[in-house]
Design a protein. Structure first.
Ligand code: ZN
Length: 67
């Protein structure tokens, strides 16, 4: 039996944009803190579920407000 809730994990989600984030010259979302792209294009211009990019960890941790 296949559970429905496994479907959602396959869909690439938009990167979370935070206040200091900005869009770079290449059209990707950049982290305003460490200036690293928070998105990455799929190789060879491929698309998946209508998106041409996937969220990417910028590596910066600890700045997120949990309150
Ligand atoms: Zn960052």
């Amino acid at each position: 039996m296949i559970l429905d809730d496994t479907k959602g994990t396959m869909v690439p989600m938009a990167a979370e944009q935070e206040n200091s984030d900005y869009t770079g010259e290449d059209g990707l979302l950049y982290c305003g803190t460490c200036h690293t792209p928070k998105e990455a294009y799929f190789p060879e211009g491929k698309t998946l579920f209508g998106r041409d990019r996937s969220p990417s960890e910028c590596g910066w941790r600890g700045e997120r407000n949990t309150d």
